[in-house]
Design a protein around this ligand. Structure first.
Ligand code: ADP
Length: 267
């Protein structure tokens, strides 16, 4: 896969340098589907080991513009994983109780426990995206959040959580078509809400806010992956590869059994 998904730490990210329609010449829809199946089977086994090992956790953070495919990615990459060992959290507009705490309070509670794979569908990054674009807090406050987020992620890593951050990158025209498709198809119409159109008008502001996230929170301990996401099959392939690779690197092991039980006979 030759369009790099990672950018050097500290380098200013410009999304125009990343082609959302990119696919690697090595793959097409069919070969990707096969590979995804293999990846999910390996991921399923490694997730089982991670659960048995009960020492470490994995957190997959998915961010992207509306219609970028966060739900579709989750459906694909989690196929077959024991629901007991994974937990998906979708972050919505915060409740009054959540707003009465610091912005990381609700996030921290949703962090996967040892043995689990956690998926964040939106995340703490909304607090420097929608919050910034809509000026929901003063600039001084959101500006300080990039550092707080980096420290928070460092804390999680020290506690044994591997953080995998994926930005699903689509282009403006692709979003237009996906929104239109939601209106045309009665089985997709429920997904459409008129607020999506006003958000779409803020496209440039969001892209700019994303560029800052991808620059300021691209750390050695938790780098951002920029996923070309206009082609759904390629997006799914890339995310499933990343998740499998991360789990392979962790190489979770079954814990040792009680000594001497292998010859026990149950009567
Ligand atoms: P989704 O678009 O993720 O499928 P929704 O249509 O319910 O689900 O959208 C969730 C909404 O919650 C988004 O508009 C998102 O910007 C908003 N949101 C998430 N986190 C925050 C936050 N911290 N502050 C304000 N709005 C938020």
């Amino acid at each position: 896969m030759s369009q790099s998904l990672l950018t050097p730490i500290g380098k200013k990210v410009q999304l125009s340098d990343f082609d959302p329609r990119y696919t690697s010449g090595d793959w097409d829809k069919d070969s990707a589907a096969e590979k995804i199946e293999t990846n999910t089977a390996i991921t399923r086994d490694l997730a089982y080991r991670l659960f048995a090992e009960n020492r470490r956790a994995v957190l997959l953070v998915l961010q992207g513009m509306d219609t970028s495919g966060k739900d579709g990615t989750i459906r694909t990459v989690l196929t077959g994983i024991n629901p007991q060992s994974c937990q998906i959290t979708s972050f919505k507009v915060p409740s009054q109780e959540e707003l009465d705490h610091d912005f990381l309070w609700r996030i921290h509670q949703a962090v996967p426990r040892r043995g689990e794979i956690g998926i964040f569908n939106r995340s703490h990054y909304e607090d420097v995206l929608v919050v910034r674009v809509h000026k929901l807090v003063a600039e001084k406050e959101w500006q300080s959040r990039y550092d707080r987020i980096n420290e928070f992620e460092q804390l999680l890593i020290e506690g044994g959580v591997t953080i995998v951050k994926c930005f699903l990158h689509i282009n403006n025209e692709e979003q237009k078509q996906r929104l239109q498709a939601r209106l045309v198809d009665p089985t997709k119409r429920w997904k459409f809400n008129s607020g999506d159109l006003s958000e779409r008008k803020l496209w440039d502001e969001y892209q700019h806010a994303y560029e800052d996230v991808l620059t300021l929170c691209n750390t050695a301990h938790a780098p951002w992956h920029i996923i070309p996401a206009d082609r759904k099959w390629y997006r799914n392939l890339v995310v499933s590869e990343i998740l499998r690779e991360q789990l392979e690197q962790l190489d979770p092991q079954f814990p040792p059994s009680e000594p001497g039980i292998e010859n026990l006979v149950v009567e």
